[in-house]
Design a protein around this ligand. Structure first.
Ligand SMILES: Cc1ncc(COP(=O)(O)O)c(C=O)c1O
Length: 324
C-alpha cells in the first residue's frame, strides 16, 4: 500500500536516531530474552537469584534448564562452576554500575557464553559479540519496548506490538502528577506481561529515535555526582562512581530492613516514590543472602533527567532527616 499524503497530522515526534540502530526491537526486554533463548541451542542457563521475576519467567517459558547463582557484596557472582560450551550465564549490569566489571572480568572469561542484561544500563554500550538486553522505558517516558544487541544472525522479526492504547499514564502524569494514573501504569505493565513475544511497536520505535540521549546522560551524571557528594557518608554500599557513568539510580544501602522501610514510608509521605528491587528473592527457596539484603535495605534514589540540583537537595535533606 502507498503511504498516505495529506490529511490531518499524527503526533509530532522530533526526528533523531536510535542509540542502538542495529538492535532488534521487542515489546520488552523479557521477550527479547525469551526470543534469544528460543534460538540458542543452549542446554542450561545460570541466572542470578537477585533479579527481576519477569526474567525468571521468561527463562522458564523458553524451556531451558535453569540454575541460580549468588552474588558477593560487590554484586559479583560467587560459586560459579566452569561453564560448558552449551551453558549460558546472564549477568545483570546492576543499576548501571557494573559495566567495567563485565568488560574487564566477566566477558573475557565467558567468551560466547555471556548474556548481558543492561535493562538498568541504557547508556552502557554492548561488548562485541555479547548478546545484550535493554529496557529503554526504565530510562525514558515510553510505554513499552526492549532491545537486543548482538543477536544471532538467524533471529526472525516478529509482528510489532501496538502501543497507542498504552499512553494514558504517560500523558496523565504530565497534567495531574503520578498518583491518579498509577493504576493505568500498572495495567500497561500487566498488558505487556500478557502479550507474549512481539516486536517493538512502530510508535515506541519512533519515540525512542526522538530522545535527546546526550542531554539525558549529562543530567544523570550531574545528579549522580550531587547525590554521591551528599549521601556517600550514609551509604553502606561504596557506589562505584566513575566518570561518564549515567546509571539508573543512586543505590542507597541502609543498615537494616526496618530502618529502610521507615525511610521509604517517610519519603512517600513527601511524594518521593522509590521502586523496590526485587522482593521476589525473599520468597525464592535458596535465594542468596546478599540479594535478600539488597531487596530489603536498598533505596534506589532517582537521578533522572526530570530533575536538577534543587531536587537532589530535597532528596538529600529528606533522607538525612528520615535517618535522624
Ligand atoms: C534487571 C532487569 N532485567 C530485565 C527486566 C525486564 O525488562 P522488561 O520489563 O522490559 O521486560 C527488568 C524489569 O524490571 C529488570 O529489572
Amino acid at each position: 500500500m502507498n503511504d498516505a499524503i495529506g490529511g490531518y497530522f499524527g503526533l509530532e515526534i522530533p526526528p533523531g536516531v536510535s542509540p542502538y540502530p542495529t538492535a532488534l526491537g521487542y515489546n520488552s526486554a523479557r521477550y527479547a530474552f525469551q526470543a534469544l533463548l528460543g534460538t540458542s541451542n543452549a542446554r542450561r542457563l545460570y541466572l542470578p537469584w537477585y533479579t527481576c521475576k519477569t526474567m525468571v519467567e521468561a527463562a522458564h517459558r523458553s524451556g531451558i534448564e535453569l540454575r541460580r547463582y549468588c552474588l558477593d557484596e560487590r554484586l559479583e557472582p560467587v560459586g560459579l562452576p566452569a561453564l560448558d560450551a552449551d551453558e549460558r550465564l546472564l549477568y545483570v549490569n546492576y543499576f548501571g554500575y557494573q559495566g567495567a566489571f563485565i568488560r574487564e572480568r566477566l566477558a573475557p572469561s565467558l567468551a560466547g557464553q555471556l548474556i548481558a542484561d543492561h535493562a538498568q544500563a541504557l547508556f552502557c554500550p554492548p561488548l562485541d559479540g555479547v548478546p545484550t538486553l535493554y529496557s529503554p522505558r526504565k530510562f525514558v517516558g515510553v510505554p513499552d519496548g526492549g532491545w537486543l544487541l548482538n543477536a544471532p544472525a538467524i533471529m526472525p522479526p516478529l509482528p510489532p506490538a501496538l502501543s497507542k492504547d498504552r499512553f494514558a499514564a504517560l500523558l496523565g502524569r504530565l497534567e495531574d502528577g503520578p498518583e491518579p494514573w498509577y493504576g493505568s501504569y500498572v495495567e500497561v505493565e500487566q498488558g505487556i506481561a500478557a502479550e507474549g513475544m512481539r516486536g517493538m511497536s512502530v510508535l515506541t520505535a519512533r519515540l525512542l529515535e526522538g530522545v535527546d540521549y546526550a542531554g539525558i546522560a549529562a543530567r544523570r551524571q550531574a545528579n549522580l555526582a550531587h547525590l554521591h557528594r551528599g549521601l556517600a557518608g550514609l551509604n553502606r554500599y561504596q557506589v562505584p562512581v566513575q566518570a561518564g557513568l549515567a546509571p539508573l539510580c543512586y543505590p542507597l544501602l541502609l543498615a537494616d530492613a526496618s530502618q529502610t522501610e521507615r525511610v521509604r514510608a517517610q519519603l512517600a509521605g513527601q511524594r518521593i516514590y522509590l521502586a523496590t528491587y526485587w522482593r521476589d528473592v525473599l520468597e525464592a527457596k535458596g535465594g542468596c543472602e546478599v540479594g535478600a539484603r539488597w531487596a530489603q535495605c536498598m533505596l534506589p534514589l532517582p537521578i533522572d533527567q526530570r530533575y536538577g540540583p534543587a531536587h537532589m537537595e530535597r532528596l538529600i535533606a529528606a533522607v538525612s532527616q528520615a535517618l535522624g
